[in-house]
Design a protein around this ligand. Structure first.
Ligand SMILES: [Zn+2]
Length: 67
């Protein structure tokens, strides 16, 4: 299979072997993937999570009745 990071061919036979970084081709690629995963995780607070805290969904269709 291919290394998810650098797309180099990784010998699947090394899977589970001592010193293997499967499915990555090297420790470097493994760390890059970990870094990406962590940075992605830390970016989550920017996601639409504050919707439930600050902006409760309001239905304003009744506005017309008051006018
Ligand atoms: Zn790689």
């Amino acid at each position: 299979m291919l290394c998810p990071i650098c797309k180099r061919e990784v010998d699947e036979a090394t899977k589970g072997r001592e010193g293997s970084f499967f499915p990555f081709c090297s420790e470097r690629c493994k760390l890059i993937d970990l870094g990406r995963w962590l940075s992605g995780k830390y970016q989550i607070p920017v996601a639409p999570q504050d919707e439930s805290d600050e902006a409760p969904p309001r239905i304003t269709s009744s506005e017309d009745d008051e006018l």
